[in-house]
Ligand binder design. Sequence first.
Ligand SMILES: Cc1ncc(COP(=O)(O)O)c(C=O)c1O
Length: 390
Amino acid sequence: MKRMFSRRTSWILAPNRFTRAQQEMQTAGRELLDLTISNPTRAGFRYDRRAIFQALNHPSAMDYDPQPKGLSSAREAVAGYYRNRHEEVDPETVILTSSTSEGYSYVFRLLCNPEDEVLVPKPSYPLFEFLADLQDVKLVPYPLLYDHGWQIDLPSLYKAVNNRTRAVVLVHPNNPTGSFVAELEKTELNNFCRERGLALVVDEVFLDYAHDGGARPTFATNSDALTFTLSGLSKISGLPQMKLAWMVINGPAEQAAAALARLEVVADTFLSVSTPIQLAASTLVDQLHSIQPQLLERVTANLRELDHQLAGQKTCQRLSVEGAWCAVLRVPATQPDEDLAIEILRKQSVLVHPGHFYDFSSDGYLIVSLITPPDDFRKGIAKVLERLND
Ligand SMILES: Cc1ncc(COP(=O)(O)O)c(C=O)c1O
C-alpha cells in the first residue's frame, strides 16, 4: 500500500488524543459546552435569508461564461468591498477562488518549485501544514513574540530566509493571537521582500474584526513588494458555505502583471467558482453590513465576560488581543496543554483548544472562541476557571 500513494499524503490519519477524548464523550452522550466554535452559520446569528436565496435565483445562472479570473460583476463586487473601506482596488487585479485555502494553493503553485520554502507565523492557523504538503512546499516558521502585545520577531524572520525562500505569509490579523501587522512592520517587510525578491502572501480573512471597531488598512493596495492578498466571504460575510473567496495581486507593475498573467492560467485550469455564486456575489458581500456588527458585538461581549471572570481569580490571564474571533488564555504550564484540555473536557465537559494546535512554542496556553453563544461562553469559562483554580 505504501508505494501506491504519494509521500505528500502519508499523514498520520488516526485521531489525536484530544479528538479521541471528544469522541468518547460524545458517544457516551455527555453534553459539552463547546468553546471552539468557528462556524458562524451554527452560532445563532441572524442572516437575511430572503435576500440571500433571492440572489442565488439569478436568471443568468443557466448560462456558462467561463472567465478565468471570475465574472467581472463578481470582481466588481470585491472591488466594492474595498471601496466601502475607502480603499481602491482595480477589479482587473482580482482573481476569484472557492476558498482562501484554494487561493493559498494557487499562490504556492505560482511561486514555489518542490521543496522551496515559505515563511509562516508561529503561532498561527493549523491548516497551513496540509496546504503546504499538498503543494510540496516547505513551511519555515518565524516567531511572533508576546510582550504586552504581539509583534513579529523580524531578526528571526530575516535569519530564516535562504536561497529557497520564496514568500513570507502574514495573517492580518493573525488567528489565534488576534494581532494585526503594524505599519512599521509592513514598511520593514516591504523593503526586505523587495530587496530579496520575495513575495508577501497576506491572509486578511479577519481584517474587519478589529475589536476597537477601527478600520485597519488592507495590503490589497500595497505596491511596494509583490503582494497577494487573500480574503473571502467565509469570515467577511460569515458565509463559509458559499465558497467564494478572492485574491488581489499587487506590487511593482512588471512583477504584478507577470504574476496575474500566470495565475490566470492556473485559475483557468480549475474554473472553480460556480456561476450562481458569482452572480450573487454583490448581495453576498453586502451581507457584511448585517453580520459584522452581530459578530463584533458577540466578540466584545464575550471578551467583557471573560475579563469579568478572570478578575475574580489569579491563576489564569488572557493575552491582549486586537482583533479576530479568538482569545488566548495563559495558564500554568504544569502539564502539556493537550493533557490539560483533555482534563477540562473529561472533568468539566468543556471543549477548549490546547495552544499546541496553533503551534505555540511552549505549554501554558488555551484558546477559546469568542463567537461562542454567550450563555455557553459564560458557563464554559466558569467551569474552565473552576478547574484551573482547583
Ligand atoms: C486565518 C485563516 N485563513 C483562512 C481561513 C479559511 O478560509 P476559507 O474558508 O476561505 O478557506 C481560516 C479559517 O478559519 C483562517 O482562520
